[in-house]
Write a protein that binds this ligand. Structure first.
Ligand SMILES: Cc1ncc(C[n+]2csc(CCOP(=O)(O)OP(=O)(O)O)c2C)c(N)n1
Ligand SMILES: [Mg+2]
Length: 328
């Protein structure tokens, strides 16, 4: 596949944005600046960066409790996301939702979600609405290995297959569901085997190789846009941190983390770009510096923003927006 330089550049910048956002979040959480829970996406950057690269603003994604990377890759605003993590009025949910409830309707981001497996059913609804309206949109549904033991996973795949919905199921197999390694929570090696049971074309790939992710998901998106239905892509990757910030992850076997750190998706891609003379080290440094600046600005924006007014605490609990349904 011939991937343009522009696409390579954008995927690099996206991965680096996610990395720096997460490193800063890790630091701020430790300092007590961020209340509640955060689940970091460090080490998994190539999955969302490669998967979202071929999407348009009008396409949808569904996310998980580990959603920062998905939101950045789909074009979410890091300022509003950081403000949401800080619990500020300028955040995506006016500071009332936190890390696990970030959504951006204008960008097709249908929401991070604290309920494991819920995104799979939201994607089903999005996919159904696309076919009902007769558009060429698609929906990428991100979910973890642990969620594939939930009923929602099986129900969603079955219905999407029967209804031929334009959904790309992207399993982020980071080898853990909280403290349970994949080999302890399911008796199969490849989650992609499960898609076959529903007649869905399914593959597994190296989720730390952004080019592999881009190629596999581009093909799946093209299939979906042509009306050929869903695809399941299992991306094998690794969660660098504990399940949440504060989890010491003592259950990880000795040496495992070190092995995966050597497969850092960003270092690998950087080497590829340099070896193929696509971009110089200086050029990459320039982008890196600009990204660190963006993150600093997001933190400043969040820090200087006010908290939500206490009197508005019960506002926005229920939506009063009833959207017009366009019938073909
Ligand atoms: C329905 C439901 N069951 C259980 C939980 C508790 N829980 C939160 S995250 C998680 C593990 C999810 O693992 P995985 O899907 O692999 O995602 P990862 O954390 O690895 O990204 C569990 C069991 C939950 N939030 N929702
Ligand atoms: Mg997992």
């Amino acid at each position: 596949m011939n991937i343009s330089k522009e696409t390579m550049q954008h995927m690099y910048i996206t991965m680096k944005r996610i990395r720096e956002f997460e490193l800063k979040t890790q630091e701020l959480f430790a300092e007590g600046k961020i209340p509640g829970f955060v689940h970091l996406y460090l080490g998994e950057e190539a999955v969302s960066a490669g998967a979202c690269e071929y999407l348009n603003d009008g396409d949808y994604i569904t996310s998980t409790h580990r959603g920062h990377g998905h939101i950045i890759a789909k074009g979410g605003d890091m300022k509003y996301m950081m403000a949401e993590l800080f619990g500020k009025a300028t955040g995506y949910c006016k500071g009332k939702g936190g890390s696990m409830h970030i959504a951006d309707r204008d960008k097709g981001i249908l929401g991070a979600n604290g309920i494991v497996g819920a995104g799979q059913d939201i994607a089903l609804g999005a996919g159904f609405s696309i076919n009902y309206k007769g558009t060429t949109q698609v929906c990428i549904c991100f979910f973890g290995d642990g969620s594939t033991n939930q009923g929602t996973f099986h129900e969603s795949l079955n219905m999407a297959s029967i209804w031929n919905l334009p959904i790309v199921y992207v399993c982020e197999n980071n080898n853990y569901a909280i403290s349970m390694s994949q080999s302890r929570h399911q008796h199969i090696q490849n989650i992609s085997d499960r898609g076959k049971a529903y007649g869905i074309p399914s593959i597994h790939i190296d989720g730390n190789n952004v080019i592999d992710v881009y190629e596999a998901i581009t093909a799946a998106i093209d299939r979906a846009r042509k009306g050929k239905g869903p695809t399941l892509v299992e991306c094998k990757t690794y969660r660098w941190r504990g399940h949440f910030e504060g989890d010491p992850a003592i259950y990880k076997p000795k040496g495992e983390q070190e092995t995966w750190l050597k497969k850092d998706p960003i270092t690998q891609f950087k080497t590829y770009l340099e070896n193929n003379h696509l971009f110089s080290e200086e050029q990459l440094h320039t982008w890196d510096a600009a990204i660190c600046q963006e993150i600093e600005e997001a933190v400043r924006f969040a820090d200087e923003s006010p908290l939500s007014d206490i009197h508005t605490i019960v506002n926005d609990v229920y939506s009063d927006i009833i959207e017009e349904v366009h019938v073909r």
